[in-house]
Design a protein around this ligand. Sequence first.
Ligand code: NZQ
Ligand code: ZN
Length: 388
Amino acid sequence: MNNFEFCSSTKIIFGKGGQSKIGELVKEFSSNILFHYGGGSIKKSGLYDEVVKSLKEAGIKYTELGGVQPNPRLSLAREGVKIVKEKGIDFILAVGGGSVIDSSKAIAAGAKYEGDVWDFYIGKAKIQEALPLATILTIPAAGSESSPNTVLTNDENLLKLGTASPLVRPKFSILNPEFCFTLPPEQRANGICDMMAHIFERYFTHTKNSEVADKLCEGVLKAIINNAPKVMKKADDYDAWAEIMWAGSLAHNGLLGMGRQEDWGSHRSAHPLSAVYGIAHGASLAIVFPAWMKYVYKLNIGIFAQYAVSVWGLSDPIRDEESLAVKGIEVTEKFFKSLGLPTRLYEAGVKESDFEDLSKKATALGDIGFFKKLSAKDVIEIYKIANK
Ligand code: NZQ
Ligand code: ZN
């Protein structure tokens, strides 16, 4: 096991009714906040009204900034930074999914920085200070509600890049599984795939002797696989959503990767698909992850065979590790298909003539991943597998 430091500092307020406390919770930090949200789902569901009521009751002054798009844009984050600086705002409340939360994190860091917020994403500057922020999560998926990460797309060059700092971990996140009841089937599937992908990025490693992380990953994956069909079938299955929502946070709060080298090559290969084609993040991973698995599994057949047995309960009469590994990948792909997700690039309208440009975008800051270091050429090979 590798050395590590672990601190997942976000307070999670889980269960029914948490949103009614939002005013009181925010008041501990600020009385002048930015209320950041997306394209309108919170207005349709009534959550917007509940938040406004609670903020007003607590005497909190709020400035609204809605309109965050899925795969959030740098331009809106820049606008947020400007507003926050002009109005002396000192706290950000993100109500929505990963896109809203990531945009909030950008604003929180940008507000305390003299230069352009994009500097953090291209590695030109490191986040040294940030405003505190909190979230009300409406879609279990990205895990941003308890992660130190933020991912933005630059509208000018369509680069989708991430950065991380413990300073932008939310102070608290409200997770009420009832918020998931309004999610359309494709968003449910996207979220499920994304949280599984967050575990895969940590599970498939060459690090030896990190059994605790192995078993945590396998356990959370099994809970997701067990409950996913339930929420796909019944949008208001509270108990199943509770499992999925908690799994989504655990998948990405850092715990499951402790003591081992994480990969993240699949995420980075998938990001340009979202930036250029607008493919939802989860769907892009349903396409790329099985292809990545097929490309790299021979480098450590043992971990892929273990995955097939421990997560999917597969067996092989002659105990052939390679055949188990391959079966595990096949079953994963079938599972994504069963959720209605695309698993091939052509299904999502991606053109082969764009592979080179997409691979260059994926590796714009250098080679990616650790399980196998991927160059632009490797990324093209993965795209080719994902297009067969
Ligand atoms: O914008 P609104 O109207 O709210 O609609 C959203 C959006 O269209 C809708 N939605 C959210 N909650 C809903 C709902 N619709 C009905 N009922 C609800 N309760 O769902 C759509 C997708 O929302 P989005 O926030 O984009 O989804 P998600 O949470 O999957 O976030 C994706 C973003 O997170 C990044 C991704 O790259 C992507 O940009 N990630 C962030 C990470 C992090 N910060 O740690 C890690 C992840 O790997 C990921 O990269
Ligand atoms: Zn992800």
